[in-house]
Design a protein around this ligand. Structure first.
Ligand code: AR6
Length: 172
């Protein structure tokens, strides 16, 4: 049985097995949650991301890669790249769903039991929060049979609007 939880707060403070970063395809850091994660983890995280970027040419939207967590209280970090919102006709829901699904499958493969997600794409990338929450929750629920090793999934909302949307979506 996997527990789904919603909390409001800073994802960098969580001592779960793995936190997910809403990165960009260069993997070289940025603003928002990406900036917060890199600041809290320290420069070794950027060095590992640079190494992955050099070997694999970055990370396309909808994909996920895993690194160490360095100074963060969690054990690992999964970096996934959400879609930039372009009006909804550019495979945005498919790509956003893929971020959640591939992150969960990667966590399961690495033997990680608790995972925390930020609200991917709903900041700088402009994905409407009311739509993103539906794709996030539906995708995670649909993936549950494939990830029996994951016991806890947290949706970490930074802002009140997302917190209210996730709370409502998960109590349906
Ligand atoms: N903890 C949890 N959530 C946070 C935190 C935090 N410390 N800080 C911000 N959020 P964004 P995106 C929320 O913009 O839309 C970066 O520059 C925030 O309120 O971080 O996927 C990357 O490098 C929002 O709800 O990511 C990319 O270039 C959510 O995290 C680009 O932004 C996602 O907002 C990715 O854009």
């Amino acid at each position: 049985m996997t527990e789904l939880e919603v909390i409001q707060g800073d994802i960098t403070a969580l001592a779960v097995d793995v936190i997910v970063n809403a990165a960009n395809s260069t993997l070289l850091g940025g603003g928002g949650v990406d900036g917060a994660i890199h600041r809290a983890a320290g420069p070794e995280l950027l060095a590992e991301c640079q190494n992955i970027a050099e070997r694999h040419g970055g990370c396309p939207a909808g994909e996920a890669v895993i690194t160490g967590a360095y100074k963060l209280p969690c054990k690992r970090v999964i970096h996934t790249v959400g879609p930039i919102w372009r009006g909804g006709g550019a495979r945005e829901p498919e790509l956003l769903g893929s971020c959640y699904r591939k992150s969960l499958i990667l966590a399961q493969k690495e033997g990680l039991e608790s995972i925390a997600f930020p609200n991917i794409s709903t900041g700088v990338y402009g994905y409407p929060k009311t739509l993103a929450v539906k794709t996030a929750v539906q995708t995670v629920k649909a993936a549950l049979p494939a990830i029996p090793g994951i016991k806890r999934i947290l949706f970490v909302c930074f802002d009140q609007e997302n917190y209210a949307l996730y709370t409502a979506e998960l109590t349906i």
